[in-house]
Design a protein around this ligand. Structure first.
Ligand SMILES: NC(=O)C1=CN([C@@H]2O[C@H](COP(=O)(O)OP(=O)(O)OC[C@H]3O[C@@H](n4cnc5c(N)ncnc54)[C@H](O)[C@@H]3O)[C@@H](O)[C@H]2O)C=CC1
Ligand SMILES: O=C([O-])CC(=O)C(=O)O
Length: 222
């Protein structure tokens, strides 16, 4: 990609996404071709699931429901901001906790059900096509297109990569909306998620650096 299409958008679906985006960015950085505005970790399925489950709970068509997602794309790092659901979800106590868990565990549930035979496919195809079409529509000049995705981020100094709502534009990410307003419960979940994210990010970066180092040594030998 760095040689054949250095200006291309890079959208990664492969897990572990929290580490794969740092890994990819390290490789692009090494080749002097990193344009972080065009590198996306596809966490759109979390947005799709949140809209579907919240929509079911409040009897609304999921297509009309928006729930911002922050954090990452694995278990507890997926933080659906139900307090900012549009239309409002008004979930509290046990119902709220169950909803959050349902969104966070939905992917793992499918992986377990398929018992070693992959993960969810059709829903993933839908989510990927939604992100790709959003990016293309924005590149084509359509305004006010917002998607949550896991990207290189300077929103929080503690974590260099983060999922958050993004305004898309002609050249990729136009603006990162960051965390925005979060309630106390969401803030607590985010603080816990940051500790996991930090380790996941470090793992991706370390892996990339080791592979780059190995490749450099091999090229010197030959
Ligand atoms: N971002 C997201 O929301 C989602 C991400 N995923 C991720 O997408 C990836 C694919 O998922 P599935 O299609 O369900 O998995 P799968 O197990 O059905 O397919 C993986 C494919 O990769 C091939 N493969 C494995 N190692 C390879 C290598 N070194 N070189 C070339 N091919 C290789 C396997 O032969 C297999 O065909 C996984 O990493 C999964 O975790 C899946 C669903 C949602
Ligand atoms: O864990 C997996 O392989 C599947 C996944 O990311 C999801 O369904 O969100």
């Amino acid at each position: 990609m760095t040689k054949a299409a250095p200006d291309a958008y890079l959208i990664i679906i492969t897990n572990p996404l929290n580490s794969m985006i740092p890994l990819a960015c390290e490789v692009l950085k090494e080749a002097n071709k990193l344009n972080a505005r065009k590198v996306f970790g596809c966490s759109t399925l979390d947005s799709v699931r949140a809209a579907t489950f919240v929509g079911e709970a409040i009897c609304k068509d999921p297509k009309t429901v928006d729930v911002p997602i922050i954090g990452g794309h694995s278990g507890n790092t997926i933080i659906p901001l139900i307090s900012r659901s549009n239309p409002p979800a008004c979930l509290e106590g046990d119902d709220l906790q169950k909803m959050i868990k349902k969104i966070q565990e939905a992917g793992t549930e499918v992986v377990k059900a398929k018992a070693g035979k992959g993960s969810c496919t059709l829903a993933m195809a839908y989510a990927a096509s939604r992100l790709i079409f959003s990016i293309l529509r924005a590149a084509d000049g359509e305004k006010e297109i917002v998607e949550s995705a896991y990207v290189k981020s300077d929103v929080m100094p503690e974590v260099k990569y983060l999922a958050s709502p993004l305004l898309l534009g002609k050249c990729g990410i136009e603006k990162n909306f960051g965390l925005g307003k979060v309630d106390e419960c969401e803030k607590k979940m985010f603080c816990e998620a940051m500790e996991i994210l930090k380790k996941d990010i470090e793992m991706g970066e370390k892996f990339a650096k080791a592979k780059i180092c190995e490749a450099q040594k091999n090229s010197k030998k030959s």
